[in-house]
Design a protein around this ligand. Structure first.
Ligand SMILES: [Zn+2]
Length: 222
């Protein structure tokens, strides 16, 4: 039954954008619109996931197999990410704290059966004071999206309920511009209520368009 489907970050964000779009994609099963930005984001995520398994820091040196940079958007993201990690490496090395270089988790799949949610957390790493960061990589250009708070709080809930880790530092890293946005995960976003509300709509088959919603412009309507 659709009432007990597992909700993901994308499904939740789709519902908040427009319940009717959620209905089309996840109840009717119409094909999802895959934008170029989404496809690029996927490539950058797989690069970063792979990075942690092939980066070499033996003998206090940072080495990484050469990647060809051709100036495209994905390549700019990769270049910025590599420079960022190199700087981080040098900094930690100067403090003799290289054990903090590798993340605790990278691209980890989590599933919580109490709220019926699942997702992939980009990264969890440790600060020098041993507090934890929940890191999301965003290849899109919109760095002021209000949805980041909901997204990171969704992952915070998932991590707490599966790994038992408490995380209050949310970090959104934009490899395209090399910017970082910090979000304090202090419980102001009530992710449980958001999810329960979505379940209620699914149960009542209530999927009206949001006011001023843009989803009629999506390819389903063309
Ligand atoms: Zn709509």
């Amino acid at each position: 039954m659709s009432e007990d489907m597992y909700l993901t970050k994308i499904k939740i964000m789709t519902f908040l954008e427009c319940p009717h779009k959620f209905y089309e994609e996840n109840i009717l099963g119409l094909p999802k619109v895959v934008t170029q930005a989404m496809a690029e984001g996927k490539n950058i995520h797989s690069f970063i996931e792979n990075f942690w398994s092939i980066v070499n820091i033996e003998n206090g040196e940072f080495s990484f197999p050469k990647v060809s940079i051709d100036g495209g958007k994905e390549q700019i993201c990769i270049k910025n990410f590599l420079n960022f990690q190199k700087k981080r490496f040098e900094y930690l090395k100067s403090l003799d704290k290289l054990e903090y270089f590798f993340p605790l988790y990278s691209e980890i799949k989590l599933k919580s059966d109490d709220l019926l949610i699942l997702g992939v957390v980009d990264q969890i790493d440790k600060n020098l004071d041993d507090t934890l960061n929940l890191v999301e990589f965003k290849s899109n250009k919109n760095e002021n999206s209000a949805s980041f708070e909901i997204e990171l709080n969704f992952y915070k809930y998932l991590v707490e309920n599966t790994l038992g880790l408490n995380i209050i530092n949310g970090i959104v890293f934009f490899p395209f511009t090399n910017n970082i946005k910090r979000i304090t995960l202090d419980g102001k976003v009530d992710i449980v209520s958001i999810i329960n509300d979505i379940r209620e709509h699914i149960k009542n088959n209530d999927f009206k368009h949001n006011k001023n919603c843009n989803c009629r412009k999506s390819s389903h309507y063309r």
